[in-house]
Write a new protein. Structure first.
Lengths: 279, 67
């Protein structure tokens, strides 16, 4: 059987399949809207799959929080594993993140930090279900979250110190006068860089994780289907290796989902503390 | 030469991240061996540092896929 009649080997068919998969993950690829788009000025208003999962994550977070509120107000000591798990997460954020980072008046900022944590956690976990996408896997959603955090800690800082006081507090006290303009420029630039790095870190982790899972799944499928394309039965025997790698990467992705939510929330708390800290 | 040049960029990006997280892990293990009672604090700090460094490596991975 000649090579041309046998077709391409599974590894050679990998690259076009992966490119096709990455193109499907493009947030601009909307589903079924090109026939009747809604015009908004000169742009089109369309619903991409990421927006659908964003709304799903939002509804899930609201449902979980209201269910928890009902259970916690029903009895002083809630019984049951789910509500205790929820309390565990809330206490973890309150004690370790808010308590560890924000020195004064942590209770005022706890609701916002809890909201950020739970939304990112739910959104990442929804992305782990086969067939669903994480809504934080697109740069638009994570950048929006990072901008909300940026606006929040800037407003909090200006409310506490006054507009001019906040700008003055960017430079630490006790520096020689000659160095102050340089330090001010550096601090200001690093402050402007905060929402960018915050959003980019979360986006890169979720997007890359989803692509890696997709690559291993595509490899498993290509290797299993290889005997049907006359590529040799040895390929199908090797395919459980790819499946094992897929399971291992899935485990890593579950850990990354929680860790990235924790890192985002921790950095939010650190920036809030930096904004309201003593001058 | 066939293949894509962006893979060379990804390899260079992940080089520093691999070394950085390796050093962080090694120092964490050494510190945990010297003082086992602060083990949980050290573990938290290690995971945090690894997440920061890995963000840069993953940024390189993602940017290499954009054509």
């Amino acid at each position: 059987m000649s090579v041309e009649a046998a077709g391409l080997s599974p590894m050679e068919r990998l690259v076009p399949e992966v490119n096709h998969y990455i193109k499907m993950l493009d947030p601009l690829s909307v589903s079924g809207s090109s026939s009747n788009p809604v015009k908004l000025g000169w742009n089109e208003l369309a619903l991409s799959t990421y927006m659908v999962f964003f709304i799903i994550a939002l509804i899930l977070v609201v449902a979980i929080v209201f269910w928890a509120k009902k259970r916690m107000t029903a009895s002083p000591v809630p019984k049951g594993r789910a509500i205790n798990a929820f309390e565990l997460l809330v206490d973890f954020v309150r004690n370790n993140i808010v308590g560890g980072c924000i020195k004064h008046d942590g209770e005022k900022y706890t609701p916002f930090i809890l909201t950020v944590f739970f939304f990112i956690l739910v959104s990442n976990v929804v992305g782990l279900i086969p067939g669903c996408k994480p809504s934080t896997g697109t740069i638009g959603a994570t950048f929006a979250l990072a901008m909300i955090v940026f606006v929040y800690f800037t407003v909090v800082g200006i409310a506490k110190k006054g507009g001019f006081g906040y700008i003055k507090a960017l430079v630490p006290r006790g520096l020689p006068k000659a160095v102050v303009p340089l330090i001010f420029v550096i601090e200001f630039a690093s402050m402007l860089l905060r929402p960018i790095t915050l959003g980019l870190r979360l986006f890169a982790n979720m997007y890359a994780g989803h692509i890696i899972l997709g690559i291993f799944a595509i490899l498993t499928e290509l290797f299993i289907l290889a005997p049907f394309e006359h590529q040799g039965v040895l390929n199908a025997v090797v395919s459980p290796v790819w499946f094992l790698l897929l399971v291992l990467m899935y485990t890593l992705e579950v850990a990354i989902a929680g860790i990235q939510a924790y890192v985002f929330t921790l950095l939010t708390a650190v920036y809030i503390d930096g904004a309201i800290g003593e001058h | 030469m066939t293949g894509s040049v962006s893979l060379i960029g990804y390899g260079l990006a992940v080089l520093g991240a691999g070394i950085g997280i390796g050093i962080a892990g090694g120092m964490t293990t050494g510190a945990m061996a010297r003082q086992p009672e602060v083990s949980s604090t050290l573990q938290t700090i290690f995971i945090l540092s690894a997440a920061f460094i890995e963000a840069l490596a993953l940024l390189g991975f993602v940017l290499c896929l954009i054509k």
